[in-house]
Design a protein around this ligand. Structure first.
Ligand code: SF4
Length: 239
């Protein structure tokens, strides 16, 4: 049995063979943009959260202007993302905290902190959990941190890397053993695998690049014609 770090490396290399290295913008996104974008993305789909974010930015391009709004004014603009009251409160409080405590609407002060310190700092904000904070770490601060949402957690549990229904517990476990420099590709390719292949109710194990190492007991295979010659050779060598 491989140790956790080796298993993560193995899964990452199989995903790279299938999907390649995911695209990463050369321009590093603004940390506050990522924080608010991720708050808006909680419990909704990409389309709705993107619309809420762009509606807000079109109307109020500067976060200073958003900070001057009341939570209910923000709610009216971002309602399409769902949980409008909760999300508008979280946005308003985060902006007010930055203005009052840090003197500017920016998360640049995080750059000099260690990963753990950044997670602690961000998760003390209302409506900001470990997943949202780790998105800021990965996407804006380019740290080696793999956010774990319910979908990533489902896949990691099926593969056998994690054994918990709690994404925060899985986050701590996986990130304690994350090999240097691979968190972005590992996270992004796992998200893609979860959307395209390892779906919640009907995983398509026949075409999964991880099927030979995945420990999920209820793998779903399609028709025999979907098997590749190599699968038969493998079956042959086992039986
Ligand atoms: S083999 Fe099946 S259960 Fe395992 S990761 Fe692939 S799709 Fe998911």
């Amino acid at each position: 049995m491989m140790n956790l770090k080796s298993t993560i490396k193995k899964v990452n290399s199989l995903l790279l063979k299938k999907y390649g290295i995911p695209h990463r913008n050369e321009k590093i996104p603004n940390s506050l943009d990522i924080l608010i974008g991720t708050i808006l993305s909680q419990n909704t789909n990409d389309k709705n959260s993107y619309k809420a974010y762009t509606d807000l930015k079109k109307k109020y391009p500067q976060w200073d202007d958003v900070e001057k709004l009341t939570a209910s004014q923000i709610e009216k603009i971002i309602n399409v993302a769902g949980l409008g009251k909760q999300k508008s409160n979280a946005i308003k409080k985060a902006l007010t905290y930055l203005k009052n405590e840090k003197g500017e609407l920016s998360l640049n002060y995080l750059k000099k902190l260690k990963d753990d310190e950044i997670l602690t700092e961000l998760t003390q904000l209302e409506g900001v959990g470990l997943k949202t904070a780790s998105c800021v770490l990965l996407f804006a601060l380019r740290r080696n941190s793999c956010p774990v949402d319910t979908h990533v957690n489902r896949t990691l549990n099926r593969i056998g890397i994690a054994n918990s229904s709690n994404p925060e517990k899985t986050f701590k476990l996986v990130n304690s053993q994350m090999p240097e420099g691979i968190a972005h590709q590992f996270h992004t390719n796992l998200i893609r695998l979860g959307r395209e292949i390892c779906k919640p109710t009907n995983p398509n194990c026949t075409i999964c690049p991880l099927k030979q190492i995945c420990l999920f007991e209820d793998k779903k295979y399609d028709r025999l014609s979907d098997y590749k010659v190599n699968d038969f050779l493998l079956l042959d060598s086992i039986t």
